[in-house]
Design a protein around this ligand. Sequence first.
Ligand code: DQA
Length: 153
Amino acid sequence: MNPAMIPIHVLNGPNLNLLGRREPGIYGTATLADIERDLRAQAEGLGVTLTVRQTNLEGELVGFVQEAGLAGAGVLINAAAYTHTSVALRDAISGSGALAVEVHLSNVHARESFRHVSLIAPVCAGVICGFGPDSYGLGLDALARLMARRRAP
Ligand code: DQA
């Protein structure tokens, strides 16, 4: 890999494989493949190399975070339902030293109260939610800036 490129892992949690057909009134009609395609186009212009992953399993998501964090890659994460429940995920972010940005398609604060709490937000650099697929693009831009600043001499 070109060392000048910024490595970022885009990690997606449970049920995000169903995007496009899952509650389109809330999550829209874009699929995860559509989102990935747009992110890859954006990443080229930002000098970012992307790894994009999705899993429905909490432990696997923990493993993905550890892998990215220990490799020094940034983490753009939509942890989906595990956002609101997973101490293990929070510990993986802080324990691996990952620089992470949390994203959500929907505005979680305008929804059920159990979605108002994020266990991972305190160990993320920031949170972007409510902009549909653009939440990912905005998050990628923010994370690339943070990573570039962290690398600057
Ligand atoms: C979500 C919001 C979560 O509350 C929910 O469990 C999801 C998707 C979002 O992107 O809006 O699965 O993370």
